[in-house]
Design a protein around this ligand. Structure first.
Ligand code: PXG
Length: 284
C-alpha cells in the first residue's frame, strides 16, 4: 500500500487527503517537484530541492522545513514505500485559507510527498523517435508567472498538451512571448546542428530542467560543444537532430515536427550517445 507523507506523517493512499479550502486546490497556489528513484537512489535530489525552494521563494511561500529536513523526509518516504525504481512528487501548497485570494489568510503551508510509479513513454518512441507539433499556446510571459517557477498552476502547459492530444502526438512545442522556441509541456528541448548542441537559455521562458543541466554536463564531458542560445522554429525544422529531456522522458528523440521530418527522420547519433551516457549515469 502506498504511503503518502503529509506534513511529516504517513497515511495510506486512500486516507491521504487535503482540505478543499487549500489554496493549492483553489488557486494553484503552491510549488512542486517531480523526481526519479533509480535502483533505490534518488536522482539529483539536492538539485530538485534547490529548485523547489527557489520556486517557493519566488512566490513568497516560506516552506516551514529546512532543506535538510525536506531531504530527510523524502528519503524516509521512499524507504517507507520500499521503492527501488519510481517517482517522487513533492508538493508544497500555500495551505488552508478562506474563499479569497489573500494568502495571509492561509494557516500553514502543506507539504505532501508521494512516492509511486511513474508513467513512461512507450519504448517505441525511444527506438524510433516521437512526433510533435507546435502549440498555439505560448509560455507565460516571464513577468507574469515566470516559467522558471515550477508552480501548481500548469494550465498553460495543459492547454498545450490538449493541442498535442488533438493532433494525435505525445508532446507540443511551446514558443515564448518573442516567438522563440521555449520547451515542451514537461520537457526541455535540444537541437543538434553541425555537431553542436543547442538549447534555449533559462531566460527564454523555460523551466531550467534538472535533466537539461545533467545533459549539458554529459555533453561537455563527451567533448560536445553546448550553446545556450535563442532558437527559432526554423532552427528546429532544419536541425540535424532534435531531442527532449525531462525527469519522466529522460532523453527522447524527436523525428518529426509540424509534419516535417527532422534530419534523417530517425534518432541521430548524438542523441543516442547522450541517451546511453544518461542511462549509465542514472544507474550508477
Ligand atoms: N519543462 C517543464 C515545463 C517541466 O514541467 C521540465 C521542463 C523538465 O525538467 P526536469 O527537471 O524534470 O528535467 C519539466 C518537468 C509529470 C512530470 O508528472 C512533469 C515534469 C517532470 C516529471 C514529471 O507530468 N516536468
Amino acid at each position: 500500500m502506498t504511503q503518502v507523507n503529509i506534513n511529516g506523517k504517513l497515511f495510506d493512499r486512500a486516507e491521504a487527503k487535503v482540505s478543499v479550502y487549500d489554496h493549492g486546490l483553489l488557486y494553484g497556489d503552491g510549488v512542486f517537484e517531480g523526481i526519479r528513484i533509480y535502483s533505490g537512489k534518488v536522482f539529483r535530489l539536492h538539485e530538485h530541492i534547490e529548485r523547489l525552494y527557489e520556486s517557493a521563494r519566488s512566490i513568497l511561500l516560506e516552506i516551514p522545513w529546512s532543506r535538510e529536513k525536506m531531504i530527510e523526509q523524502v528519503l524516509f518516504t521512499v524507504e517507507a514505500n520500499k521503492k527501488i525504481d519510481g517517482y517522487i512528487r513533492l508538493v508544497v501548497t500555500r495551505g488552508v485559507g478562506n474563499l479569497g485570494l489573500d494568502p495571509n489568510k492561509c494557516s500553514e503551508p502543506q507539504i505532501i510527498i508521494i512516492v509511486d510509479d511513474i508513467s513512461l513513454y512507450p519504448q517505441r518512441m525511444y527506438d524510433e523517435g516521437m512526433e510533435i507539433v507546435t502549440s498555439s499556446i505560448i509560455r507565460c510571459h516571464p513577468n507574469s508567472i515566470s516559467p522558471r517557477i515550477k508552480s501548481l498552476n500548469y494550465l498553460n502547459n495543459i492547454l498545450a498538451k490538449i493541442e498535442a492530444n488533438r493532433a494525435g502526438v505525445p508532446e507540443a512545442l511551446m514558443l515564448n512571448h518573442l516567438g522563440e522556441v521555449a520547451e515542451c509541456t514537461a520537457d526541455n528541448v535540444f537541437v543538434v546542428k553541425h555537431g553542436l548542441l543547442r538549447t534555449p537559455p533559462p531566460n527564454a521562458g523555460i523551466l531550467q530542467g534538472v535533466t537539461r543541466d545533467t545533459v549539458i554536463e554529459l555533453a561537455e564531458t563527451a567533448g560536445i560543444t553546448v550553446q545556450e542560445i535563442a532558437l527559432t522554429r526554423h532552427d528546429v525544422y532544419t536541425a540535424d537532430e532534435l531531442f527532449l529531456t525531462g525527469t519522466g522522458a529522460e532523453i527522447v528523440p524527436v523525428v518529426k515536427v509540424d509534419g516535417r521530418p527532422i534530419g534523417s527522420g530517425k534518432p541521430g547519433p548524438i542523441t543516442k550517445q547522450l541517451r546511453e551516457r544518461y542511462l549509465v549515469l542514472v544507474r550508477q
